[in-house]
Ligand binder design. Structure first.
Ligand SMILES: Cc1ncc(COP(=O)(O)O)c(C=O)c1O
Length: 470
């Protein structure tokens, strides 16, 4: 424990030591059984006479806080009173109104309900832990001589090269390593792009309903966010606000409704953006898992004017705990992005980027995706069948051909709070569709995540869900 002495303090040096140690014992920082540092070392470290320290220790011993041990050393015996509640500690600081207005999205961390139908969850048991561990070990060995250095703010060049090959074969996207920026996920990629492209007061368009953290993030940056409706063809391009400098879309699998942005709308959106010099963020957060039809070409492939920023993430492909994603950006933006990255977070952790590179190069990602696709396809079909077999539930599943969630329109009751209470009581965890409306009157429904629920549990979970509405 660090001890501090102040020569201007009116208390003696010994009393200052005594007070600090006693406080640490009573508030639990020095727990019973802990050993006080030897008095000689403390005296040397603080450049004071050893007797100053032994006087303090003797007082603590006399008052029963510590006990001398034969052979030397003092052990804490005093019982810690309950630790102080620091949650209400006074502060002269306050968040800005913009920061205070941000609301968290989704349920609590690490909850493990009996039936987890939360949107966005993945099957943790599928994560190839042994392969990842081996790749981490190799990355650590390789990095050992570079441990004194920061990494590249855009992510290691080796990983970026690997990603160009992977993007070419999995998405048909032609790019170079120089155009890739590795981020802490898809949302972070949007954050970086908004910082580089927008000024406070600028207008950005997002899908309505959409992914709430994107609206929160942009508003927090002082951007005026306009929600643009989504119909059965995806984002309604004709409804885009003329002033928008940036459009955030999920063309492959709209979050949360699940629709695919039609080819006509893709072209219309690109024309619209090129005419206005607006950026389009193509957030491809979960299209790796497809169950029907061939995917449409990414917007990035159709873009002739360099307005699209393609954003990918490993959150659904592997695990959200890795915090890795990337953006494919027009080359002209790269210097500003890397400079900002360096100033804000110094770039992605080299240990992670080297691990991921080895993981992809050695074929583990492809192998994992093949396995995961089978499991998720099974869950997708089981959810559809379970919903279809319900009689008079009032649920309408919206067409969805990819990803790890499917949205159900539901009768207008019960409201979210009541639904939450009822579902939690039955061990069911859900995501409400209402929460994804940020700009217009919300529609009732469930964004039904099937990533984390074991296939055999799905029929019971869906039956339970329907019973909450009866
Ligand atoms: C549309 C959308 N974008 C981004 C994300 C978050 O991705 P990441 O964890 O990579 O930030 C999600 C998560 O579900 C999402 O639904």
């Amino acid at each position: 424990m660090e001890l501090f002495l102040d020569n201007d303090d009116q208390r003696s040096l010994s009393t200052q030591l005594y007070d600090q140690i006693r406080e640490a014992i009573t508030d639990g920082r020095l727990p019973p059984g802990g050993r006080l540092q030897p008095s000689r070392g403390v005296a040397q470290g603080l450049a004071i006479a050893r007797s100053t320290v032994t006087d303090a220790y003797a007082r603590l011993t006399a008052e029963g806080y510590v006990e001398g041990r034969r052979g030397g050393g003092s052990i804490v015996v005093g019982h810690a009173s309950s630790p102080p509640d620091l949650s209400e500690a006074p502060t002269a600081l306050a968040p800005t109104a913009q920061a205070a207005a941000v609301r968290r999205y989704g349920v609590g961390l690490e909850s493990h309900p009996r039936y987890d139908l939360t949107a966005g969850r993945v099957e943790t048991r599928l994560f190839p832990l042994a392969d990842w561990r081996r790749c981490t070990n190799r990355a650590l060995t390789r990095l050992a001589r570079d441990f004194g250095y920061y990494g590249d703010p855009a992510g290691s060049i080796e990983l970026r090269r690997t990603l160009t090959h992977w993007l070419a074969r999995s998405r048909g996207i032609a790019t170079t390593a120089d155009q890739i920026v590795v981020t802490h996920g898809a949302s972070h990629a949007t954050d970086v792009m908004a910082r580089v492209l927008l000024r406070p007061g600028d207008v950005a368009a997002v899908e309505e309903p959409g992914y709430p953290p994107i609206t929160s993030l942009l508003r927090f940056l002082g951007i005026e966010v306009v929600g643009v409706p989504v119909d059965e063809h995806g984002l309604v391009v004709d409804a885009l606000p003329a002033a928008a400098r940036l459009v955030h879309v999920t063309p492959s699998h709209q979050y949360p409704l699940g629709v695919v942005l039609s080819r006509q709308r893709r072209i219309a959106l690109l024309r619209w953006a090129a005419r206005r010099g607006a950026a389009v963020i193509e957030d491809d957060y979960d299209s790796e898992f497809r169950y029907q039809n061939r995917p449409l070409e990414p917007l990035h492939r159709l873009d002739r004017d360099g307005v699209v920023i393609y954003v990918g993430t490993f959150s659904k492909m592997l695990s959200p705990a890795l915090r890795v994603g990337f953006a494919v950006v027009p080359p002209g933006l790269v210097p500003a992005i890397t400079a900002i990255r360096q100033a804000v977070d110094a770039g992605p952790p080299p240990v992670t980027t080297h691990t991921l590179r080895a993981f992809i190069e050695e074929g583990h990602l492809d192998r994992h995706l093949r396995r995961a696709r089978k499991v998720y396809a099974d869950r997708y079909r089981t959810v559809r069948a379970a919903v279809a077999s319900l009689s008079d539930s009032g649920f309408t599943p919206l067409p969805s051909q990819a990803g790890l969630h499917m949205t159900l329109q539901t009768p207008d009751t019960p409201d979210d709070k009541e639904l939450n209470v009822r579902s939690t009581r039955h061990g069911l965890q859900l995501s409400s569709l209402r929460r994804t409306y940020q700009h217009s009157p919300p529609q009732a429904g469930i964004v039904l995540g099937f990533g984390a629920i074991p296939t055999p549990d799905i029929p019971d979970a869906i039956e339970l869900l329907a019973s909450l509405y009866r």
